[in-house]
Ligand binder design. Structure first.
Ligand code: SF4
Ligand code: SF4
Length: 142
């Protein structure tokens, strides 16, 4: 779900014809497993009640426990599967939210990467757009 800052970023990128690109690689710092926001459908979890309901329908989320809230009031979770060496207890059975981290959607709801993270987010002009502009210019010259 977009917050106002995220929505403005979304609109600005659309108007500029730009998009988000993520580069880099995981350094296994473990930070993203210690401060997690969880989405249910299109909504980020804000209440213990909603979290309990999610665990009833998706028991895999029972590995998480609430550790606080962010500045937007969204619940933050830590994961009991995180090992002291920052590896996952069962990497093959990690959830989709773990597999897809860092998903671009987090940057449209005010989220940021942990400072230690090996990934970076960039605002770029998509290659297809650059190519189309070059083709258009060439056609104009002919
Ligand atoms: S399941 Fe593994 S990858 Fe996912 S948050 Fe927990 S420790 Fe991290
Ligand atoms: S925060 Fe980034 S570098 Fe650290 S474990 Fe998560 S994905 Fe890897």
């Amino acid at each position: 779900m977009l917050n106002i800052a995220g929505w403005l970023r979304h609109v600005r990128l659309r108007l500029q014809g730009r998009e988000l690109m993520i580069s880099g690689q995981c350094r296994q710092c473990g930070s993203c497993c210690q401060r997690i926001q969880i989405q249910q459908g299109r909504r980020w979890l804000r209440s213990k009640h909603a979290f309990k309901k999610l665990v009833r329908t998706h028991p895999g989320y029972g590995r998480f426990s609430i550790m606080g809230r962010d500045s937007h009031g969204l619940l933050l979770f830590e994961c009991s599967w995180l090992q002291p060496d920052n590896t996952c207890l069962n990497h093959e059975k990690r959830l989709n939210i773990c597999r897809s981290f860092p998903a671009k959607g987090i940057f449209f709801c005010g989220g940021q990467l942990p400072r230690e993270c090996g990934y970076k987010v960039h605002e770029v002009v998509p290659f297809a757009k650059v190519l189309q502009e070059k083709i258009d210019k060439r056609e104009e010259r002919q």
